[in-house]
Design a binder for this molecule. Structure first.
Ligand SMILES: [Zn+2]
Length: 455
């Protein structure tokens, strides 16, 4: 692999300049005025992948933004890696908080600044260029396919159908994804778990109209009071969700997994300070890292009802509502959890009110087994370039499409991201460290090498 490494060393400045051209395309998927930019960005990537050495690359239409597909088959009997990434970016608002034009990238203090610098153009560009390095030096040991979508930031709506329609084309041994972060450059990590999501909305109705709280107060159920009581009852004093059956399918970490996970550096005092909170709160018996990474949770995301205008209005509202989300962990199924929630919420509601419960949307949790060959290969590759064995990391966030890949294509994903918290993805002044970019570039060919050799 020294050939690929030397090639990268000799060409790395050009790689950054090319990335700048990619960053200049304002491919904001959330805003329809950027529709032509999505097409332009997809064409840019398809052309770049052919130039890098792909046998073929296509801009494939979907009902939404196109998917870029490319492949290079070196040996039909070799392992196949499917690289997934996304070329769409988040809107730039608030624009005035950017120090420079979000779509005119600059390098400052060793960091590339611009929208998409990390998420996910910078990260996917490492894959395109590592691929080029392996092609140019004749050291590509696996077949490679690329699937780059333009709708990740708006929910990957059309990618599920794309996967269903192209199962054959997308067949692979592993999906390789760089769209996550590491703990730090000194503490490299591989994301091996993502939480799922079940999102509910509840409406509690009391009397059929708003009532005078003097004439009726104390005699009629107040939906706002009842809703507050019901919501508060969803979590007990130990921080556990009270919905019967909620924890039935939760996969408990083994003591060894817990030990490995909690080795990640975590400063509780700094955490509290950064959030201006007096103390943390959560499920008894678990650390904060565990609470956000491997334990399920339930939160009210919004709650409303009654008079909220200026001054006073003495009223018993007819209705009160709340939006409630539950973060799920393997092996909880969001459909089952949504049903359990609904059943429980109806069961605990008093006869004095009517309740309506709706499931708004959901996604499955994902876990990458740390004993799968791709994980082992990534562990070795990262250990070689970072000088330290990476820690397994469980992220509290969700990338719903990852569990979609598993259910539709039957392929596991390896989340080998090189982002850092300070990259400020989705925020003003998003950036990506040149050292992260180069280190990622160096790591990827090693991953291919160890994955090709793995048992
Ligand atoms: Zn992303």
């Amino acid at each position: 692999m020294t050939e690929a490494k030397n090639y990268i060393e000799a060409n790395k400045e050009r790689f950054v300049n090319e990335l700048f051209d990619l960053l200049r395309i304002p491919s904001i998927s959330a805003q329809s005025e950027h529709r032509p930019d999505m097409q332009r960005c997809a064409e840019f990537l398809a052309a770049a992948l052919v130039e890098a050495g792909a046998d073929r690359a296509e801009v494939m239409p979907t009902a939404g933004n196109p998917v870029v597909y490319a492949e290079k088959i070196v040996d039909p009997s070799a392992r196949t890696v499917l690289v997934y990434g996304h070329y769409d970016v988040m809107p730039v608002d608030p624009r005035e908080e950017w120090h420079t034009d979000p779509f005119e990238p600059v390098i400052e203090n060793g960091r590339i600044r611009g929208r998409g610098a990390d998420d996910d153009k910078g990260q996917l560009w490492m894959h395109a260029k590592a691929f080029e390095a392996m092609c140019a030096t004749g050291t590509l040991p696996c077949n490679v396919k690329f699937m780059l979508e333009g709708e990740e930031e708006i929910g990957s709506e059309h990618l599920y159908d794309f996967c269903r329609e192209h199962r054959q084309l997308l067949a692979a041994d592993i999906i390789l994804v760089s769209d996550t972060s590491m703990i730090s450059m000194d503490t490299p990590s591989i994301t091996c778990g993502l939480r799922g999501l079940a999102y509910m909305e509840v409406e509690v109705t009391g009397p059929d109209k708003d009532l005078h709280s003097g004439l009726f107060g104390g005699a009629v159920a107040n939906p706002a009071n009842v809703l507050a009581r019901l919501v508060a009852g969803l979590i007990d004093r130990d921080g556990r969700v009270t919905i019967p059956g909620f924890y039935d399918d939760v996969r408990e970490l083994t003591p060894a997994e817990r030990e490995a996970f909690n080795r990640a550096p975590f400063d509780a005092e700094a955490y509290k300070r950064s959030l201006s909170i007096g103390d943390v709160e959560g499920e008894a018996g678990y650390t904060t890292l565990e609470r956000t990474g491997v334990r399920p949770s339930l939160d009210v995301n919004g709650i409303w009802g009654g008079y909220i205008g200026e001054g006073t209005k003495t009223v018993i509202p007819s209705k009160a509502s709340a939006k409630i989300s539950m973060r799920l962990v393997p092996n909880q199924d969001y459909r089952k959890i949504s049903e359990l929630f609904e059943k429980h919420f109806r069961a605990v509601a008093p006869a004095s009110v009517k309740v309506e419960v709706r499931a708004l949307h959901g996604g499955m949790p994902y876990v990458a087994p740390t004993d799968m060959p791709a994980y082992k290969a990534a562990e070795k590759a990262i250990e070689e370039t970072f000088g330290k064995k990476p820690l397994p990391f469980y992220s509290g966030g969700s990338i719903p499409v990852i569990s979609g890949f598993e259910s539709i294509l039957g392929i596991k994903s390896l989340l080998m991201g090189f982002g850092l918290a300070e990259d400020a993805i989705h925020s003003p002044n998003e950036s990506y460290g040149l050292d992260q970019f180069y280190r990622g570039l160096e790591t990827i060919p090693l991953f291919y090498k160890y994955f090709a050799e793995a048992e």
